[in-house]
Write a protein that binds this ligand. Sequence first.
Ligand code: SF4
Ligand SMILES: [Zn+2]
Length: 259
Amino acid sequence: MDIEATVIAGQDICPCGSGEKYGDCCLGQGISYGLFECEGKRVIFNVEETNRAIENLLRFLSDEISALYDDGEMLHIEKATEKLGTVYELLAKSVAPFAQNSPCQKGCTPCCHHIIETTPVEAEMVRRSIEKHPDHSAMMSLVSRIKKNRQHYPPPVTGNRKYDNDLQASYFEAHMPCPFLSEQGACMIYEARPLLCRMYMVFSDPELCRIGDGMATYEADYCSQVYTGVQSLSLLVYRNLKHRRHLPDWFVNEFNLMG
Ligand code: SF4
Ligand SMILES: [Zn+2]
């Protein structure tokens, strides 16, 4: 859904918590609030602060990624993962007012059986994160979970192609949990999780996500620019490597984790 903010009226109680009317409180300080309601939840956010966070994200994507790509520059993978980390941080700030009201928090995993289309730099970030994982037996379990379903992982996609909807639906219905879900049912790589896992945000009961019925997903206009920026980041490192894979498939076909 698109986010349409309704400006708070002057006689409404001010969202800052002062107990005063908005017209006698933050309005006088030039602070405007937006309100959006979905699935019975009221999300009130500071419009300027949110817009500023979105602008910071878009500026970074344009100045620090797209501009380099347009100039024909190349990036070392080290630098690229650093920039990806900054994109993730700026993205988290831009969605913070909405994320607070969404059940999509650390530990919530009912949606974790989709195809997770991932660029090489995102996958490298995950590889680095599991390389540092201190628990050897957890790593062995991860490898065996990846091996178990490897024949079901879809082949990579290139260029502007996406995994087609039928393939995505049948993969989802097969209900194979993401192998990065630990035996305790937690994401083992939460801090390094790829973009798709960060962009999926619902406001309905998380149990609905288990059956693909999660409602009122956060989908603002700028989301497509984030996908493009993250994709360009990989092209800055691997000019000729344009494919994207389902996250665990990188560990079958590109990274030496399987032994
Ligand atoms: S990487 Fe983590 S958040 Fe993403 S699908 Fe897998 S377990 Fe879920
Ligand atoms: Zn106020």
